[in-house]
Design a protein around this ligand. Structure first.
Ligand SMILES: [Mn+2]
Length: 347
């Protein structure tokens, strides 16, 4: 197990100088964030991430994310050029020593929440998702503002995208994903890179748009689309764990045994019966998920891949990127590392 920490590059208020002070964290998870989806990342930008991290004794072996252009998800003719660019990014990242690329295949919206600041009785706050709040929103109103998605879409562009997705249901989306994998995975294998798809977050359709990386059956289908270890998963406990139908422990046990888990996002959520959820501290007692059980499964399988604490709360008056403050994620890294040490001793 290698403990890592997400870092948003030089503009991140969470400095590498701080990250290196968290015991047990050996590397950063980052990306070239100033190149639009579908374009090739300059080699110099990739090299700079590596030298920046190395200057603080941190590895750069995991990228999150190389975004997939909407035209690839939609299966448009322009996808071939975009996929070729994607392959070039994989080659360049492999040359720079990157071993895992996290990405997702969610139409239009990336991770979605209905509030960035759910306030807890102890004064901390965190991200939350209330189904009832989302049902009243019209994504085409031009006023939609949700965290985690590209708000740079203009109203017309968003309408055009929604129209385009009318002919893409879950089945078609699976086809388009298969087309992408057929071209990308051979390049990943040659480059020594493991592709690790992130589950849809939350793992059910929103605004009528299909979502397919959602549960055990669909993930099994995804893995079979291209049956190769280089076609793998980012196992995000919080994303999969915010659906009552998912038993994340059975899923993790099974997919890790199959050698298909390359990256783990460890996060806890308090889950409600309608699949609404609030993000909580990492401790098992704070939410509905048991990260002790998760770490025990990693230990059971002698997991040698990457782990990172996922979204944290905002505590101690910290301000910054929602979910990605320093303090609570550092506490999460310590909790996870403590569990790991505790189950690693022979006492
Ligand atoms: Mn995640």
């Amino acid at each position: 197990m290698k403990m890592t920490f997400r870092w948003y590059g030089p503009s991140d208020p969470v400095l590498l100088d701080y990250i290196r002070q968290i015991p047990n964290v050996t590397g950063v998870v980052t990306a070239v964030y100033d190149v639009p989806a579908g374009e090739v990342w300059p080699r110099e930008s990739i090299a700079k991430l590596k030298t920046d991290a190395a200057a603080y004794g941190l590895e750069f072996e995991v990228v999150e994310s190389v975004p997939v252009h909407e035209d690839i998800k939609l299966g448009r003719p322009s996808r071939d050029v975009l996929i070729a660019n994607y392959c070039e990014n994989i080659r360049r990242l492999g040359e720079a020593g990157v071993r895992v690329i996290c990405y997702n295949f969610m139409p239009v919206f990336d991770w979605t929440r209905t509030t960035l600041q759910h306030v807890w009785p102890d004064g901390s706050n965190s991200l939350a998702y209330y189904k009832a709040d989302l049902s009243g929103l019209d994504p085409l109103s031009g006023e939609l503002s949700l965290p985690g998605w590209d708000s740079s879409y203009k109203k017309d562009e968003l309408r055009e995208l929604f129209d385009a997705y009318k002919s893409v249901d879950g089945e078609r989306l699976f086809e388009h994903l298969g087309y992408f994998l057929d071209r990308v995975i051979p390049v990943a294998r040659e480059s020594g890179v493991f592709m690790a798809i992130h589950p849809d977050d939350p793992p059910y359709p929103i605004f009528g748009l299909p979502r397919i990386i959602t549960d055990e059956r669909n993930i099994e289908r995804f893995l079979k689309l291209y049956d190769d270890p280089h076609n793998g998963l980012t196992f995000c406990t919080g994303s999969l764990g915010c659906s009552n139908k998912n038993d994340i422990y059975t899923m993790l046990d099974r997919f890790i045994a199959a050698g298909r888990v390359h990256f783990v996002h460890a996060r806890n959520v308090k889950l409600y019966t309608d699949d609404s959820f609030e993000e909580t501290a990492h401790f098992a007692a704070c939410g509905s998920l048991d990260l002790v059980k998760v770490m025990k499964l990693l230990k059971k399988h002698d997991y040698t891949g990457y782990v990172r604490p996922d979204h944290g709360r905002m505590i101690w008056d910290e301000t910054g990127k929602p979910g990605y403050g320093l303090y609570d994620r550092a506490l999460g890294a310590m909790y996870l590392g403590g569990i790991w040490d505790g189950i690693s001793t022979n006492n």
